[in-house]
Design a protein around this ligand. Structure first.
Ligand code: SF4
Length: 261
């Protein structure tokens, strides 16, 4: 049993997709963030993703009109995206791609029935929480997730490619969100969609019951692992530690060994 099982088993504890993937990426990060409850630092990529989510949310809820988006983006970019980009060219690309996306943004097909929809639900008695970017109703329910990551559509090759495996990994979040959708609407989503706004790619996958079941098993297996964890080992990977991990300033392993490049 974990040396912090009293925290994980406390009534106030909730699981989420991001808690589970944080542990998978780096157990020590999970320990700092969720057990020690340390406040993290801001990075360029997370700031940028949050800012784009905010603008898209304002558009979808009618708070900003399409013709107001570019002005809002330009006026507020620097105030919202404070983290330093890894390079000037990455900054330029992200900035320009966000701008181009907002110029030609479209409402999703169908009726929007939820934006940044907060969902609370249980998986095998474990309390979960999540925020679904968009839920829409068309010829069924669609879950839409805005992604700054440039995911690739499924290759449909016999042997799954590296990008297929990456897509499957990200789809787990949308399969987890399919639980509260089924609870509320008494039907599974028809489509799981990624709005990859930087590349303006709309990746659509049909809901698959087997993938749904294996995602639930994956989540429960990781939760069980966390419940048994005692060593909380760091997983140092330079780019992630430096540019993605909000615990990097508190992580003595990264401070000692990681920031050498
Ligand atoms: S900086 Fe790296 S090793 Fe340290 S907690 Fe973050 S991801 Fe883990």
């Amino acid at each position: 049993m974990s040396n912090f099982s009293h925290i994980i088993n406390d009534k106030s504890w909730t699981w989420s997709y991001s808690r589970i993937t944080t542990y998978e990426d780096c157990p020590y990060c999970f320990y700092l963030k969720y057990i020690k409850k340390i406040k993290g630092v801001k990075h360029f990529f997370s700031d940028y993703g949050s800012f784009m989510h905010l603008i898209i949310q304002k558009f979808l809820t009618g708070e900003l009109k399409k013709e107001e988006l570019v002005g809002y983006y330009l006026m507020n970019f620097r105030r919202n995206v404070v983290g330093k980009a890894p390079s000037q060219s990455i900054f330029q690309n992200y900035f320009q791609q966000g701008l181009e996306y907002l110029k030609s943004i479209q409402m999703p097909d169908g009726e929007i029935i939820g934006v940044e929809k907060e969902v609370s639900f249980k998986l095998n008695g474990k309390d979960f929480i999540g925020y679904i970017d968009v839920v829409s109703r068309n010829d069924g329910i669609y879950i839409i997730d805005h992604k700054s990551r440039a995911l690739k559509p499924r290759s449909n090759q016999k042997k799954p490619t590296k990008t297929d495996r990456e897509l499957d990994k990200y789809l787990r979040q949308l399969y987890i969100y399919s639980i509260p959708i089924e609870n509320e609407f008494h039907e599974y989503p028809k489509q799981l969609c990624f709005n990859c706004f930087r590349t303006q790619a709309n990746i659509v996958e049909l809901f698959d019951k087997d993938a749904f079941e294996s995602t639930k098993k994956w989540a429960l297996d990781v939760i069980e692992k966390i419940s048994q964890e005692e060593s909380w080992k760091p997983n140092i990977e330079w780019f992630r530690c430096r540019h993605l991990c909000d615990m990097c300033k508190e992580c003595e392993y990264y401070q000692m060994f990681g920031d050498e490049k």
